[in-house]
Design a protein around this ligand. Structure first.
Ligand code: ADP
Length: 159
C-alpha cells in the first residue's frame, strides 16, 4: 500500500489543490493532506480553520485524510509512514522553489520519493493570495474554490 502526503499551507484550500488531491487519490491508496502551520508566514486562517475548510472539501474522497503538522515536512512524512510526497506545479512559477526543496528533501530522506503533478490548465493562475485580492476587490470566486471556502473568505475579508 502506498501512502502519499500532500503538504502545504492551504490558506485556504482551492480547486487547484483539490484537483491535485483528486488525481493523487486515484493513484495512491492513501493520501494525507498535511496542513502546516508556519508562524513566520503571514496567514489569513488559523491552522484549525484551514484544517476544517480542507476537511469539508475532501469529504467525498474516502482515501484522503487531513492532518495538521508543524516542523519539517519529511519528518511528518516519516511519522505518517508515507513513501511519497506530492506537490503541484503551476507553469514556471513553482518550479525553482520546488526543485530546491526536492533536492533538500532527497538529501534528508532518500527513501521518500517526490511526485509532482502539473497543475490543471484551468487552475494554473489560481493561488490563495490572488483569491484574497479578488475577494477584497469584490470579485466572484465561482469555479475557484468550494462554496464554503468562498463564504469563509468573505467572512474574513469583507466588512
Ligand atoms: P505552500 O505554502 O507549500 O506553497 P500552498 O498551499 O500554496 O502551500 O500549495 C501547496 C501545494 O499545492 C504546492 O505544491 C503548490 O505548488 C500547489 N498548488 C498551489 N496552487 C495550485 C494550483 N492552482 N494548481 C495546482 N497546484 C497548486
Amino acid at each position: 500500500m502506498t501512502t502519499a502526503i500532500y503538504p502545504g499551507s492551504f490558506d485556504p484550500i482551492t480547486n487547484g489543490h483539490l484537483d491535485i488531491v483528486k488525481r493523487a487519490s486515484s493513484i495512491f491508496e492513501k493520501v494525507i493532506l498535511g496542513v502546516y502551520d508556519i508562524p513566520h508566514k503571514s496567514l489569513l486562517f488559523s491552522v484549525d480553520e484551514r484544517v476544517e475548510l480542507a476537511c469539508k472539501a475532501i469529504v467525498d474522497y474516502k482515501n484522503v485524510q487531513v492532518i495538521a503538522y508543524s516542523g519539517i515536512t519529511i519528518e511528518f512524512a516519516r511519522q505518517a509512514k508515507a513513501q511519497v510526497l506530492v506537490r503541484g506545479l503551476r507553469a514556471s512559477s513553482d518550479f525553482e522553489r520546488e526543485f530546491e526543496m526536492a533536492l533538500m528533501n532527497k538529501k534528508l530522506a532518500p527513501d521518500i520519493e517526490l511526485v509532482c503533478f502539473m497543475a490543471n490548465l484551468r487552475y494554473q493562475f489560481l493561488s490563495s493570495s490572488l483569491l484574497k485580492e479578488i475577494i477584497t476587490l469584490g470579485g466572484n470566486l465561482d469555479d475557484m474554490v468550494p462554496a464554503h471556502v468562498s463564504a469563509a473568505l468573505k467572512k474574513k475579508l469583507l466588512p
